[in-house]
Design a protein around this ligand. Sequence first.
Ligand code: ADP
Ligand code: MG
Length: 234
Amino acid sequence: MSSITVTNLHKTYKLGKIPVPVLRGVSMEVASGEWVAILGASGSGKSTLLHLLGGLDKPNEGEIAYDGKALSSMSSSQINQFRRNHVGFVFQFYHLVPELTVIENTLLGAMIRLGRVGYMRESGTLKDAARELLGKAGLSHRLTHKPSQLSGGERQRVAIARALINDPPVLLADEPTGNLDQKTGHELLDVFESMRGNTKRTIVMVTHDQKVADRADRVVEMADGRIREVHPTG
Ligand code: ADP
Ligand code: MG
């Protein structure tokens, strides 16, 4: 369970000496267990915002708090630890390791969280958990395949299983269907939905596709560096 409070977030990149303002005062609330879609055109700053939410980068101004605890109050190592334990990421281009099998890719998140020794100690339980997640993702028959032997939709389902292996309360998804055709994309969102489970994971998904955004509980729009509009979906 985790709520997210974003307050007046500013982020400006520098191109040489020229400042490029991307986020200009983003504020939003995500309730614990809520699935929010952030809809915005390409270049509107969606990935930038998601990186800040995941503590992968820092804002110039403003604050992000999980359950009231501000990321800015944590040291870098505390943020890294927070991310390992609390946040799962899904990216547009899957980012699977080509040399590893489906189940090994899924287990990677747990290896990173636990370290080698910790992982070895729990590997039996973790492998069971990975098989179960991959089963829910419809990939039971693909456990020992390599990513190159999978379709795009299947690769992204592996990426979801990997993101969830640590059972994070928060899932951040950056254009998770952006590289998939419409039908495959919606099947993937079905997997998303089924994997929310009873734990009611908080999901923030960014997309440029209205139909994809409409699958969430709530849609907000990003434009001119701010969150502009809020409207419920049907
Ligand atoms: P989106 O994900 O909505 O397409 P991004 O957050 O990737 O948008 O990018 C928003 C803007 O910030 C774009 O104009 C992009 O070129 C610029 N940008 C993103 N990352 C960097 C960076 N590391 N350095 C400079 N400019 C960047
Ligand atoms: Mg992007």
